[in-house]
Design a protein around this ligand. Sequence first.
Ligand SMILES: Nc1ncnc2c1ncn2[C@@H]1O[C@H](COP(=O)(O)OP(=O)(O)OP(=O)(O)O)[C@@H](O)[C@H]1O
Ligand SMILES: [Mg+2]
Length: 327
Amino acid sequence: MTAIVETRDLTRRYGKTLALNHLNLSIPQGAIYGFIGPNGAGKTTTMRILTTLLAPSDGEARVAGHSVQRERAAVRRAVGFMPDFFGVYDRMTAQEYLEFFAAAYDVPVKRRAGLIGDLLALVELSHKRDADVMGLSRGMKQRLSLARTLLHDPVLLILDEPASGLDPRARVELRELLKELRVMGKTIMISSHILTELAEMCTHIGIIERGNLLASGDVATIMREMQPHRVFEVRLLDETEAGMADVLAAAAELVRGNPHVIDVRALPEDDPPHLQIDFDGDDRAANELLASLLAGGVRVTHFAGQASNLEEIFLRVTGDSAYGGAS
Ligand SMILES: Nc1ncnc2c1ncn2[C@@H]1O[C@H](COP(=O)(O)OP(=O)(O)OP(=O)(O)O)[C@@H](O)[C@H]1O
Ligand SMILES: [Mg+2]
């Protein structure tokens, strides 16, 4: 897959503050990339550099193959940016707001009316065409702002905290809209300090803290890499003659010697009764664990690694202290 965003040792200082520390980021074409980190992590700084609004102190960044320093005009054509604030617009309707930006983006006059109508429909604001923008709800402002980023048909959308302050329903709507944009072929980079806001809608995530990229990649890989251990649940054939408690205890003894087994718990009283195995091996080692159970005569009916969720991983990676208040 071609990378739409690629940074190499991207570094930004504000005086003595190191806001970005040798960031190496890659966002493949077609991804919905969740850029997650606590307040002050460097998300906005990164996004401003990628949209040419801020110069890096060191390192390089390319957007759709263009250097953010040497090919600024090309980068700006490729990117639609939604900042984390809406701005103030005095007595302007939704329609006028989009007309204003369409002119700024040099959208040909003949195409403007049709395009604006289409975009208002896409973000479900057609009925608010003539409403004063300052009177729109927060969710509506976010959607109007998103429509604005689409005016020049960019390949990449960079959205800084678009879900912040939205109610759960508006968040679902935003998620649906982003999926639709992805189907339309857009690559989307979206930031948040709340992982759960993004978890279900992203194909890729990057976790940043104090200017350092702690993890980056597709969601499944991140989850696999960041997990210090997995928990396997093992269920056994219900053999009445032996008694489930004894069978589970025997199976627990059998796996206890495995070097990747951190802990085993036999839970005969649970429904269904099962073994819980804390395991720090890879998939090959998991396969060997299962083989050893079968070779030992244990009649396994169910063997499944429980996925730990993204939120847990995020907390673990950034440390509990980093995950604090809302901005
Ligand atoms: N204009 C500036 N002048 C000085 N320091 C700045 C400036 N902008 C950002 N910083 C510092 O750079 C670091 C990263 O800030 P940035 O705004 O990129 O974080 P963020 O991840 O977007 O945080 P938030 O979740 O609060 O929006 C912080 O330490 C911040 O104080
Ligand atoms: Mg920010």
